[in-house]
Design a protein around this ligand. Structure first.
Ligand code: DHB
Ligand code: FE
Length: 284
């Protein structure tokens, strides 16, 4: 059977992609961000996952305001980097895993979560920047990726609780797939940031670090935090953090298994308008 070996959590910021693509990663401002991922890049190479289930949000690139799926699973054989206004990022196309994605859709939908099945879509910085942070600039991404898009752009966004429970259903789906695949689940977006309005530029280090603490040690309690707390404390775009609860809900320790191990933790301010947070948790 397939198994989930680890979860990875990381912020995404379009300017991080631009810094890499335009050869600015050695500048002191960006070096401070990228050095938090040195361990992670080597770790990912050593772990050799067969598939990455990547939870992220689209920013009105694949889905316009015409159609807003709350949860969308990418079942296509490949996904092209989206043109977000300055042309598509010069990064490899994303190879999917249609067979495992279809199995997860079948299992999770029968488990009462209504996913949208997406057979064709482009993927924006929400998905490609986490891959860049974890992989650098390879010719091809290290393994197939199943994109899982969550609506956190247009209200109403799903609750933290819904995301956490969905993570458990995704875990069950992966662990009933009849092939011995090493699967990682990634939760991306966040941390605190607000891009618009009178509070634009908001960053809350105290909230972010408490979120990291609780995600590690009290994910169940954290999943009950209401939306208003995210918006008040972490800014309007801080709501992206609910996606981290999907990955966390899929780990062994919260599904009757052994303790997970914290392999890496990183926090840095600033990167463009956000705080960058990053965790790696391994199953035992
Ligand atoms: C920024 C952060 C985001 O999450 C995003 O989607 C767009 C911009 C920023 O920090 O500039
Ligand atoms: Fe974003």
């Amino acid at each position: 059977m397939a198994r989930i070996s680890a979860s990875v959590y990381t912020s995404h910021v379009p300017a991080i992609g631009a810094a890499l693509d335009l050869g600015k990663s050695a500048e002191p401002y960006w070096q401070a961000v990228f050095k938090g991922y040195d361990f992670s890049k080597q770790w990912l190479k050593d772990q050799k996952p067969d598939v990455i289930f990547l939870v992220y949000n689209d920013h009105a690139n694949a889905f316009s305001l015409d159609v807003i799926p709350t949860f969308a699973i990418g079942t296509a054989p490949e996904f092209t980097p989206a043109d977000e206004g300055w042309g598509p990022r010069p990064v490899p196309k994303v190879i999917g895993h249609p067979k495992l994605a279809a199995h997860i859709a079948q299992s999770v939908i029968q488990d009462d979560f209504d996913l949208t099945i997406v057979n064709k879509m482009d993927v924006d910085h929400g998905l490609t920047v986490p891959l860049s942070l974890m992989c650098g600039q390879p010719q091809a991404w290290p393994c197939p990726v199943i994109p899982f898009a969550v609506n956190v752009v247009q209200y109403p966004a799903p609750s933290g609780r819904r995301c956490y429970m969905l993570g458990k259903a995704i875990r069950k789906a992966i662990e009933t797939y009849d092939e011995p695949l090493n699967v990682q689940i990634w939760g991306t977006g966040g941390m605190s940031h607000q891009l618009q309005g009178p509070r634009a530029g908001l960053i809350n280090k105290e909230f972010d670090n408490a979120f990291l603490d609780r995600l590690i040690s009290d994910p169940e309690g954290l999943s009950r935090m209401p939306h208003i707390d995210y918006v008040r404390e972490a800014g309007s775009e801080g709501i992206e953090l609910v996606m981290w609860l999907i990955a966390r809900g899929a780990m062994n320790d919260v599904n009757g298994g052994k303790q997970t191990s914290l392999r890496h933790r990183f926090y840095h301010v600033p990167a463009s308008n956000t705080a960058v947070g990053h965790l790696i948790l391994e199953n035992n």
